[in-house]
Every structure is written in structure tokens, then in C-alpha cells.
Design a binder for this molecule. Sequence first.
Ligand SMILES: Nc1ncnc2c1ncn2[C@@H]1O[C@H](COP(=O)(O)OP(=O)(O)OP(=O)(O)O)[C@@H](O)[C@H]1O
Ligand SMILES: [Mg+2]
Length: 246
Amino acid sequence: MPDASAPGTDNPGAALLCVEGLCAGYSARAPIVHDLSLALRAGEIVALLGTNGAGKSTAMKAMACAIAPFAGRIVCAGTDLTGAPSWVAARAGMGYVPQRDNVFAQLTVQENFAVGARARNGRDGPDTDAVLALFPDLKPRLASRAGVLSGGMRQMVAIGRALLGAPRVLLLDEPSAGLSPLLVGRLFARLTSLRQHLPILLVEQNVRAALAIADRALVMVEGRLHLATEPDDPAVTAVLAGGLAV
Ligand SMILES: Nc1ncnc2c1ncn2[C@@H]1O[C@H](COP(=O)(O)OP(=O)(O)OP(=O)(O)O)[C@@H](O)[C@H]1O
Ligand SMILES: [Mg+2]
């Protein structure tokens, strides 16, 4: 069994998401993400951290099959998704909330939810009522176009849409972006309540909030997994502050 604390590796164990040797980017001549391996197991929240430009979003896009990897393997809930299109990944149980453009702005909240539910593929999962119980602020806005909502509300729509696809794993790229501290607290409390049924890979600039709910922390530096450790390991903040000698 690999050492989970060694640089460049993360223990695969009994993973719902298993990523091995992922290489990805926007030009094969200049990959952004190099040889990234990680695992996400039932019941856990894993924080994927790194300074701006470290490659977190690129790695997530590749894991969600929004961009094709140059090398490596992605397996979600037992389905090998390597090279698959993103809709196949969604139907296999890959829930993904991108950092940007994560709602259909011209569609209503309800229509966004309906699009999400198309990924369900026969799995049991939360219905609209369950999502509205999680995000009650959306209840009076079901008929509103998503594009007119505040940043915080759009984040809730995006997460709600992903949940309606009954995902087996959830990839969240900066869900707290643009939210007030109060809303961040509420959102993260709700993420914690989801963890039991749905493991979450969480990319966050709000490092303190992410580490407070994470079971493990992964830190990327220049496209590579530099550290895989406990969330309270001081090395995490040291690496993020620029002290790379870990
Ligand atoms: N669509 C794109 N085309 C070309 N290069 C891109 C594209 N998106 C990102 N990049 C480049 O890839 C590198 C990694 O960016 P990425 O967005 O993955 O980092 P990140 O860790 O998510 O950063 P942030 O914390 O700012 O969100 C950066 O050098 C960035 O300029
Ligand atoms: Mg990013």
C-alpha cells in the first residue's frame, strides 16, 4: 500500500473516485497537470488546495472529463471514464460544479435542476424538494432565470443541479467564491451533511473553511501533488504560504 504522506501519491484504498497518473492541460506540448494520483472514498471530504494557477481547476476539469487527459486513468464508482465525454461521466455518477459558468444563465432554476436530473441514469438520489430543503433560499426563485441571481444563489443552483443527477462523487471547484462569510458557513455546514452519502473533492481558496470540514488535505504545486496529509498538518499552510521545503 502506498504511503499516503509521500509526495505525488494518495492512497487509493476502496475509492469511489480513483485517479491515476493524470496528465492534463490545454496543449499536449505544455501539460498543466502532471502525474496526479488521488482517491476519494465513501464518507470523506478531501480538500484539494494550491496557490493560484497550481492547476486545481484543470485537474478537476480532467477528472470530470470536461477536458480529455493526455495520460492517466479516471475511474468513478467502478466505471473507467478515461477518454469519455463529460455527459458519460455525469451519467456514471461524476457530479461536477465548475469554478466558472456553472449554471445555465438563460434557464430558470427549475430548468437548471431538470438538466441536472438527466444525469441520474436510474440511480436513487435527492429530488427537488430535498435540494430545496438543503437550499431553502432557492424556493421562491424556482421560476427565476439563473443568470439574474446573486453569486451565492447561483452557487446553490449549481450544487443543486449536480445533486439532482444523483452523483456518486461530487467535485466542487471553489463553491465559496463570491459568498459572504455567513453564506460560506451555511454552505459548508450543508456540505458536511452531504458527506455521509456523497464523498466530496473540494477545491477552495478559503483554506481555513475547507480544512475545517476536510478529512484529508491534498496540496498541488505547479501541477503536481506535493503533499497528501491530515487537514491539521501545519505543512499545508506552510506550503500554501510558499514554504515548499516539505
Ligand atoms: N482554458 C485555458 N487555456 C489555456 N490555459 C489555461 C486555461 N485555463 C487555465 N489555464 C492555465 O493553466 C494553469 C493552471 O490554471 P488552473 O485554472 O487550473 O489553476 P487553479 O489552481 O485552478 O488556479 P485558481 O486558484 O486561480 O483557480 C494556469 O497557468 C492557467 O493560466
Ligand atoms: Mg481554479
